[in-house]
Design a protein around this ligand. Structure first.
Ligand code: MF3
Ligand code: CO
Ligand code: CO
Length: 249
């Protein structure tokens, strides 16, 4: 479904997205080398539940955890578990909250300790690319404009945008239409409308954009084993731009 949200719905999505962002702040404060991704997920679960919300991923199509934690060559949908976080790792934490029935979805890449210069550039390029995509989202712009801005920035740095996973409408459901590709051509694709809420969540690989999925059925890896970064915001489409809803205050 594609939904145009009412002002009352937008307020609830805003509160949920804010809590999701605060959850990532809490995860960052508690992220330490030596801990496992499963331990981080337990903290995330407790934070979300103690704020009166539900972690949307827990039980979603059988996903067993309250967050996705994807390390280094893991692109997305990493299942938190026994993997130990080490100094130098790039750790992507993706949290989706359900607060009062409404969804907020956000992801950040965290650098643990000292990461390589190339890893730092990858991470910064991904964040910049997401923000450039968001700057191209407004009522009347097209998703090809959003994707093109992201793709152009990533490729200018010699990186590549994952094709197999895309952003999405969000708020009333976890994954709504439209799909939001992070690549594309200007003035093509779906035309955005006022009061839509969508995610922009580019996954950018150091190497080729191809991915593979582990036998666990979830964890997505770069096919060539190179690093990947991701950032995600939930945004509200307005007449003159997009408002980022997944902010902490
Ligand atoms: N939060 C992810 C997204 O941005 C979806 C995770 S679904 C899960 O759309 F099942 F893998 F947790
Ligand atoms: Co999402
Ligand atoms: Co997400």
């Amino acid at each position: 479904m594609i939904y145009i949200k009412s002002p009352a719905q937008i307020e609830k999505i805003r509160l949920s997205a804010r809590l999701a962002s605060q959850t990532l702040d809490y995860a960052e404060e508690n992220l330490r080398p030596g801990m496992t991704t499963g331990e981080l997920d337990k903290l995330i679960n407790a934070f979300i539940v103690s704020h009166g919300a539900i972690p949307a991923t827990l039980g979603y199509k059988g996903f067993p955890a309250s967050s996705c934690v994807s390390v280094n060559e893991e692109v997305v949908h990493g299942i938190p578990g026994p993997r130990v976080i080490k100094d130098g790792d790039l750790v992507k934490v993706d949290v989706t909250t359900i607060l009062d029935g409404f969804f907020g979805d956000t992801c950040r890449t965290f650098a643990v300790g000292n990461i390589s210069a190339e890893a730092r550039t990858l991470m910064e390029t991904c964040r910049e690319a997401m923000l450039l995509g968001i700057q191209n989202a407004r009522a009347g712009s097209k998703l090809g404009d959003v994707g093109h801005a992201i793709q152009t920035h990533a490729e200018a740095r010699g990186f590549n945008v994952v094709r197999d996973f895309v952003g999405h409408g969000v708020g009333v459901e976890f994954h709504e239409l439209p799909n939001v590709p992070h690549y594309g051509k200007p003035d093509t694709g779906f035309k955005l409308k006022k009061n839509m809420t969508i995610t922009v969540e580019p996954m950018i690989n150091q190497g080729a954009y191809d991915v593979r999925i582990l036998p666990d059925g979830w964890t997505v890896l770069t096919r060539d084993g190179t690093l990947s970064a991701q950032f995600e915001h939930t945004i509200l489409i307005t007449d003159d731009g997009a408002e980022i809803l997944s902010v902490s205050s």
